[in-house]
Design a protein around this ligand. Structure first.
Ligand code: PGA
Length: 249
């Protein structure tokens, strides 16, 4: 069986007491299969609760949903990579489409954040993806490449960076990319990494956007996908416990 990552992005849901309750229910289903990893991205206030409650469970870690690029200072409301690490984060999402499109984060800012994450030893999960208008205009590869170039500007050393391909039109819409569509973009991303960031290891590329119990097996049967990043369908602990055990052909 090939190794697979199941990443849960809780977005603005699940406070600390709920997180503890969630993890009790999730782990009640047993330890996760050997070759699988589960990454939880709770809201910042729940990070410590999640980190404490996944400690000791093999292949399960907590990460931040976002970080600010400065390490410390007068930045009210922001959370730095070192602060997230202190709360128990081992990784962080960077450039999620909601950060880009709701909060106006730029490509350049994702580059600053990627650097800040690496400096604090948080493994970045860089999110890239096109809007519906960009897909229809045939710009998918150009947009994703532009996002990669900006995020990796100035990084050449050996780094653990995961990429999450999340087409904006598929996020929270119930409309997932077909396995074939996702695979095509994954191949383009892998090609770009090989040519431009060969020191990035390993090339782990997740797909995100309306992944659920019904479509996970079909998506993961596509070998270009090294795992999934899941929002809505990760909020129910029993459903998520089932999803991480998806039988893959
Ligand atoms: P969704 O969100 O699974 O609810 O579409 C995915 C994401 O935004 O990471």
């Amino acid at each position: 069986m090939r190794p697979l990552v199941f990443a849960a992005n809780w977005k603005m849901h699940v406070g600390p007491p709920e997180a503890r309750e969630y993890l009790r229910a999730f782990f009640a289903a047993g330890e996760i299969p050997h070759e699988r990893a589960v990454w939880f991205f709770p809201p910042a206030v729940s990070l410590e609760a999640v980190a404490q409650n996944v400690a000791g469970h093999r292949n399960v870690v907590a990460g931040a949903q976002d970080i600010y690029w400065e390490a410390k200072g007068a930045f009210t409301g922001a959370i730095s990579a070192p602060l997230a690490a202190q709360a128990g984060a081992r990784m962080t999402l960077i450039g999620h489409s909601e950060r880009r499109h709701v909060f106006g984060e730029t490509d350049e800012q994702t580059g600053e954040k990627l650097a800040a994450a690496l400096a604090a030893n948080l493994q970045p999960v860089l999110c890239v993806g096109e809007t519906l208008a960009q897909r229809e205009a045939g710009e998918t590869t150009a947009v994703v490449t532009r996002q990669l170039v900006a995020a990796f500007a100035g990084h050449s050393g050996k780094r653990h960076v995961t990429i999450a391909y999340e087409p904006v039109w598929a996020i929270g819409t119930g409309r997932n990319a077909t396995p074939k569509d996702a695979a095509e973009v994954h191949r383009a991303i892998r090609g770009w990494l090989k040519g431009n960031a060969p020191a990035v290891v390993p090339f782990v590329i997740l797909y995100g956007g309306s992944v659920n119990l019904k479509n996970a097996a079909e998506l993961l049967a596509e070998h270009e996908l090294d795992g999934v990043l899941v929002g809505g369908a990760s909020l129910d602990p029993r459903g998520w416990a089932q999803l991480v055990r998806t039988a893959v052909a």
